[in-house]
Design a protein. Structure first.
Ligand code: FAD
Length: 404
């Protein structure tokens, strides 16, 4: 059977639901979703879920069939994504970098060998990826990455360290930004590599977060050999790939209406109903704050809907993802902090509903780029405001002052 006829014809929403009903259970609309895998690190649930979906290409419908997708066009993929919201979807946080960041970048920039080797294991959940971008001296100023990659025949030798590497404890591959030429300006001498996290010389040290997550790590890389075949994109093209990857990341975080718990039949999300039922909304100030959280939630949902509509039009993720991320984070934090406040002094002693969100909320303004950096992107790339002064933009990386 040829690839184009194997899964044929664009499906209607009814046909998609009929197919998914045979594979998945329907979701209880009143039950909130989990938050980015916080506190659970459930690898098996996600792997089973992806395994069920991969043969039909349902998880990554726009990917080619041979790589675990179903070759769907943008409109059909959007219908499948929307339909998925009706089902009990596993927490796919461990698989997020592979599915949402590395996969799309490989489809765009990877060699056909790389696509063949890495895409299907991402789609079926058998290989997890992490993102090795940030370093102690390169966070908001990411182009300042100091990890060195030096050529040795058909291989590269990598040395340096990364930090804040989420999923580092269980990832099989790391998408790693490294410096291949110190004589060029900092944005220009960078190249992207896939690092085998089990290779000799890769040392992974866990960092525990306040919400209980233990997959977060710092990664030390000492004389790690990476085949040139595992270089992603051209030599020196690392910054462009980074910007693309981050646009996918921000679109993913911003494209999510966190929390769920929406029973549309009642008009209000169940978390607001719970606050009302508990008597929290009798107080006028509490009611005002609750309505503010609700408005942010709705704005976030509308932004998600707008992003989905743009996808159907074939629009690639770009700077608008930064605005979407800001809205999604604001909605998440407003709800998490107010939920804790409303439970009063008892909230300090309780790890019940909403506690995990409360402990995860501060990180939302940092991961995937801080709120301040997103505002800079919106200001400069969407609103056309003057750029920040960047005095080191054209200087060779080797000539820049370093903290160590
Ligand atoms: C939970 C979590 C998960 C993460 N996962 C990963 C991961 O998997 N992979 C990865 O590579 N990284 C990851 N990160 C790192 C994250 O991307 C960085 O922490 C973030 O980009 C900020 O960098 P920094 O921590 O070095 O802070 P800094 O860049 O030192 O910033 C410190 C403060 O200064 C502000 N600031 C800096 N520059 C400017 C400016 N130009 N204008 C205005 N304000 C500015 C920042 O907004 C911030 O408030 C993660 C972080 C967190 C918290």
């Amino acid at each position: 059977m040829s690839e184009s006829t194997e899964i044929s014809g664009a499906l209607t929403s009814e046909a998609i639901h009929a197919a998914l009903d045979a594979l998945l259970d329907r979701r209880d609309p009143d039950v909130s979703g989990t938050v980015l895998g916080a506190g659970s690190d459930d690898l098996e649930g996600g792997r089973r879920f992806l395994d069920v979906l991969v043969d039909g290409g349902w998880m990554v419908p726009s990917w080619p069939i041979r790589h675990g997708g179903r070759g769907a066009g943008a409109a059909e993929a959007a219908r499948i994504g929307a339909a998925m919201g009706a089902y009990d979807v596993a927490d796919l946080y461990p698989y997020g970098v592979g599915l949402n960041l590395v996969g799309p970048v490989l489809l765009e920039r990877g060699s056909s060998d790389q696509q063949k080797r890495w895409l299907r294991p991402i789609a079926d959940g058998s290989e997890i990826w992490c993102q090795m971008f940030s370093e102690p001296d390169a966070g908001s100023d990411l182009a300042n990455v100091g990890m060195r990659a030096e050529r040795d025949g058909d291989e590269w030798i990598l040395n340096g360290s990364k930090v804040w590497t989420s999923r580092g404890t269980y990832a099989r591959w790391g998408m790693c930004l490294a410096r291949t030429d110190v004589s060029l300006a900092k944005h220009r001498g960078l190249t992207m590599f896939a690092v085998d996290m089990t290779a000799p010389g890769v040392e992974i040290r866990p960092l525990e977060q306040i919400n209980g997550d233990r997959h977060f790590t710092e990664v030390f890389v000492s004389d790690v050999r990476v085949a040139d075949a595992d270089r992603i994109g051209d030599l020196g093209a690392g910054w462009g790939l980074t910007v693309e990857t981050l646009a996918h990341e921000r679109a993913t975080i911003g494209g999510r209406a966190f929390g769920g718990g929406d029973d549309e039949a009642h008009g209000l999300p169940s978390w607001m109903e719970d606050w009302r039922a508990a008597g929290h909304l009798v107080d006028a100030v509490a009611r005002q704050r609750a309505v503010r959280a609700f408005i942010l939630h709705r704005v976030n949902q509308l932004t998600v809907a707008r992003a989905a509509a743009a996808l159907v039009e074939g629009e690639a993720p770009g700077p608008s993802g930064s605005g979407a991320k800001l809205r999604s984070v604001a909605a998440f934090k407003a709800r998490a902090y107010l939920g804790k406040d409303l439970s009063g002094p008892a909230g300090m002693l309780s790890d019940a509903d909403g506690h995990l969100e409360f402990l995860t909320a501060p990180s939302m303004s940092i991961r995937g780029g801080t709120d301040e950096v997103q505002r800079n992107i919106v200001g400069e790339r969407i609103l056309g405001l003057p750029g920040e002064p960047r005095v080191d933009k054209d200087a060779a990386y080797a000539d820049l002052k370093k903290s160590r």
